[in-house]
Design a protein around this ligand. Structure first.
Ligand code: ADP
Length: 274
């Protein structure tokens, strides 16, 4: 059983040939509306990979919020830890260009209004979280967790005491460069986009996995699917190198999928080459 703590958004995605520069308008957008937010993306990915998942976060008491509750329930996620706030459901405005590259504006809304006092994390729970929620929520979740995996994204200095509680930290190359304090973590995973990922224990390389070649459709949510897969694999006791290789296969499946919450098979469907 995995508890995912984090942001829940509606993603409004505009596909364009070329993203606009400041002050410029491009008029060839094709709009797509779908569920997103790193927290919800990771929760849905973990559920689709076969994990039993509880989501902790917040949505607005509005149409989007109700739609998201229905969607989480449909994927089989326990959403009893999703608070309802006066603030509107979080929304991300995403522009994806013809190469699959994206730029994003996040309107945090409800995600910034999560009450850290009523997270309802079961004592000792295995928790996966990100940094799209307030420091107070990050600290409270870290305090309650028995096992803690932190996807340190978007990168920002960690609240005091959180780093010490992390069993696993996952960052991409940009976040790695921005967060020198995580470099010596007990277990650190650095994702390398098309080049796969590496795992370090106290700064020493312990496993590396190649990227899986695929056609890139939308890189939003790839890191989230990767995080869910790595944590699910490690929690069920897979060898670190196998968990890393499976996570890379899941990440590749995610970039080949249009959605921020890609369709995924149970974790075992993602082969580990000998
Ligand atoms: P983020 O999306 O969080 O910035 P990365 O770009 O490192 O992180 O991607 C996360 C993971 O998604 C990678 O480790 C890899 O498994 C997969 N991935 C990302 N881009 C590609 C790609 N072009 N081809 C294959 N896999 C990819």
């Amino acid at each position: 059983r995995l508890t995912v703590v984090g942001a829940i958004n509606v993603d409004l995605t505009a596909r364009v040939e070329r993203a606009p520069a400041a002050g410029e308008t491009v008029a060839d957008g094709v709009l797509q509306r779908g569920p997103g937010g790193k927290g919800a993306n990771q929760a849905v990915a973990a559920a689709r990979l076969g994990a039993e998942v509880r989501m902790v976060g917040a949505v607005g008491d509005d149409l989007d919020g109700r739609g998201i509750r229905d969607q989480l329930a449909a994927v089989g996620i326990d959403a009893s830890g999703v608070q309802s706030t006066e603030a509107a459901t979080g929304t991300a405005l995403i522009v994806v260009d013809a190469t699959g590259e994206n730029s994003i504006v996040v309107c945090a809304g409800a995600n910034a209004a999560i009450d850290p006092g009523t997270l309802g994390i079961e004592p000792g729970a295995a928790v996966l979280m990100q940094l799209e929620v307030s420091d107070a929520v990050v600290s409270a979740a870290a305090e309650a967790a028995g096992y803690l995996a932190l996807n340190a994204a978007p990168a920002r200095p960690l609240p005091a005491g959180v780093l010490e509680r992390c069993d696993l930290i996952i960052v991409n190359e940009t976040e790695y460069a921005q967060l020198p304090e995580v470099h010596d973590a007990p277990l650190l995973c650095v994702t390398l986009g098309a080049d796969g990922a590496r795992l370090y224990r106290h700064g020493e390389l312990v496993a590396a996995a190649e990227g899986v070649r695929t056609t890139v459709r939308n890189t939003v949510g790839a890191g989230d699917a990767f995080c869910a897969a790595l944590v699910c694999g490690l929690l069920r006791g897979d060898a670190e190198a196998d968990a890393l290789a499976r996570a890379c296969a899941v990440g590749a499946a995610a970039v080949a999928d249009d959605a921020s919450q890609p369709a995924l098979e149970p974790l075992d469907a993602y082969g580990v080459s000998a």
